[in-house]
Design a protein around this ligand. Structure first.
Ligand SMILES: [Zn+2]
Length: 66
């Protein structure tokens, strides 16, 4: 197995890690209740997907229903 010849400096390690941040998720708004939801997933607040109810949410969301 290949072994690195030199230890990477703090600066090299930190500059490499500067690009490793996790990005924000791409959120879209629910067509029914307008809350932010992940796309291609059932809305966790109202249980809607593709303009119809597919499940009842387990916990009542503290978001106001509008
Ligand atoms: Zn919804």
């Amino acid at each position: 197995m290949a072994v690195p010849k030199r230890r990477k400096s703090k600066s090299k390690v930190r500059s490499k890690r500067s690009h490793q941040a996790i990005g924000k998720p791409n959120l879209s708004s629910c067509k029914n209740c307008g809350s932010f939801v992940l796309s291609h997933r059932v809305c966790p607040y109202c249980g809607f997907y593709k303009d119809r109810v597919v499940l009842q949410p387990k916990v009542k969301a503290d978001k106001p229903e509008e």
